[in-house]
Design a protein around this ligand. Structure first.
Ligand code: KIV
Ligand code: ZN
Length: 520
């Protein structure tokens, strides 16, 4: 599918290009494995994203496979792969996104090329890309610090060579809205063939202006916005998809453009990403923060009761945030459970449903009220664990002030049960020491995070563990009403992922980032 097949015919239609799986995934600690990328891509597609940038195929075999796998499964969305000029050959039926730095500082210090050489690279890379697909996006890296005349010449050359989208990144997050809007207008005024391409904006958030800049770009005539869920991305991140889309919806009077996003999927996408990456959003984050729809002060609460609009410019339901609902109980059967999974957007195979149902029954015995959030945590915890090298079996812990804190842990290693007992500086340390005895490793624990899924002391704990080994980072998740069991499950999950990464010889995260920046 090419961009011309996206319903972008209306002059006011904005193409939403999501780069969570490329620019977002490239930021430290955010790396995802293939099943996680596939789940995220399926959610993005379901929410109506027009273009999913699935990765950087040239950076690693893992990224190459992920882009291909997503391209194979995607039904509606265009799948883009970021390629450098020399790395676009493997591209099949996806958009090829190629870029070259155009600012004096990048040309001199990062790629060591003269402006004439860069101009030639633009033509060569786009021409080569067009041999593989007729949907080619060209980006001027560090566009906002580039000389305008030169930027216009590069854009003209890219379109002449066949680029169908011209992307203007504010790579270092330096622009301010008025200036960024003026830059887009300059391109429209001065590039003679600009009407043959869609102008795109890609804004970073170093000064907290990414969304404002992106909207200024749209106001000036850009019709593609590049963004990420929760605004993740290099350094301070990218423009947040949910903020751009909700600004268009809530302030349609001032930002009169349409898009294809089902906004009621926003909360689900945001939570899925947080669960996968272990990056929770700040509580006061616009649209998806835990406090975005909370009204604590008495005056606000009183106003809300009298008329919701007095303090709420959009409803929680419009972003898919439904008040916690009691959903299922101890006596709910398989049928009710299955239909709840369907409502929550899960499409699981029979075995996975059986596993999740068994865990639901155990949970229902231990927790009085079960909410949507509980089911989501439970299923997310179970997903993708079928063929794990290390599988949690049981845990017995001695905790408390008397000590010694001890963990007796049982883990199936390739199906064979092993039991060990370990002491530690506190129960979590004892548990992780026990794991170290069963599976000796050098990985460093760089993040240990616990979050309560719902209110109440019987709430499930959702634990994220981030491990780092030789520059490779992985995140593991675990959920259980027992925080220590959840911790062990999360740690084992991370170790399993690390083992897969090691076996596949995936590169260090820093190599991937350098490759994207063009330094490698
Ligand atoms: O920020 C940037 O310049 C990028 C390009 C690769 C598009 O992410
Ligand atoms: Zn970027």
């Amino acid at each position: 599918m090419t961009h011309s097949e996206i319903d972008a015919t209306a002059a006011s239609r904005v193409i939403i290009f999501d780069t969570t799986l490329r620019d977002g995934e490239q930021s430290p600690g955010c790396s995802m494995n293939l099943p996680e990328k596939l789940r995220m891509a399926a959610t993005l597609e379901e929410m109506g994203v027009d273009v999913i940038e699935a990765g950087f195929p040239a950076a690693s075999d893992g990224d190459f496979e992920a882009v291909q796998a997503i391209a194979r499964t995607a039904k509606k969305a265009v799948i883009a792969g970021l390629a450098r000029a020399e790395a676009i050959r493997p591209a099949e039926r996806r958009r090829i996104h190629t870029f070259v730095s155009t600012s004096p500082i990048h040309m001199k210090y990062n790629i060591n090329k003269t402006p004439d050489e860069v101009l030639q690279m633009v033509t060569d890379s786009v021409t080569l890309a067009r041999n593989h697909t007729d949907d080619v996006e060209w980006s001027a890296m560090d566009a906002t610090r580039s000389e305008h005349d030169f930027l216009c010449r590069c854009a003209e050359a890219a379109i002449k060579a066949g680029a169908t989208t011209i992307n203007i990144p504010d790579t270092v997050g330096y622009a301010v809205p008025e200036e960024f809007g003026a830059l887009i207008r300059t391109l429209r005024d001065r590039v003679p063939n600009i009407d043959k391409a869609v102008i795109s904006v890609h804004c970073h958030n170093d000064l907290g202006l990414a969304v404002a800049n992106a909207l200024a770009g749209l106001d000036a005539g850009a019709r593609q916005a590049e963004c990420t869920i929760n605004g993740i991305g290099e350094r301070a991140g990218n423009a947040a998809l949910e903020e751009i889309v909700m600004a268009m919806r809530v302030r349609h009077d001032k930002i009169p453009y349409s898009n294809g996003i089902d906004t009621t999927m926003i909360t689900r996408a945001s939570r899925l990403l947080s669960t996968i990456t272990g990056f929770s959003v700040q509580p006061n984050k616009a649209i998806v923060g835990a406090n975005a729809f909370a009204h604590e002060s008495g005056i606000h609460q009183d106003g809300m009761l009298k008329h919701a609009n007095s303090y709420e410019i959009m409803s929680p339901e419009s972003v898919g945030l439904n008040r916690s609902q009691l959903v299922l109980g101890k006596h709910s059967g398989r049928h009710a459970f299955k239909s709840k999974l369907k409502d929550l957007g899960y499409d699981l195979g029979d075995n996975a449903i059986e596993d999740a149902f068994a865990r639901f029954k155990t949970l229902a015995d231990r927790k009085k009220d079960i909410f949507d959030e509980d089911i989501v945590a439970l299923v997310d915890d179970e997903t993708g664990r079928d063929h794990e090298h290390l599988r949690f079996a049981s845990l017995q812990v001695v905790a408390g002030s008397k000590g010694p804190q001890t963990a007796e842990l049982e883990v199936a290693v390739e199906g064979a049960l092993r039991t060990v007992k370990a002491e530690g500086n506190g129960p979590v340390d004892a548990c992780f020491n026990a794991i170290g005895q069963i599976f000796p490793h050098q990985a460093k624990l760089v993040l240990y995070q616990v979050h309560a899924v719902t209110a109440g002391t019987d709430a499930q704990a959702e634990v994220t563990v981030r491990l780092e080994e030789n520059g490779r980072t992985v995140n593991g998740q675990g959920a259980d009403t027992d925080t220590l069991v959840a911790s062990v499950r999360a740690y084992l999950h991370a170790l399993n992922k690390l083992t897969v990464k090691r076996t596949r010889g995936e590169p260090e995260d820093s190599d991937v980032m350098q490759a994207v920046a063009g330094y490698a």
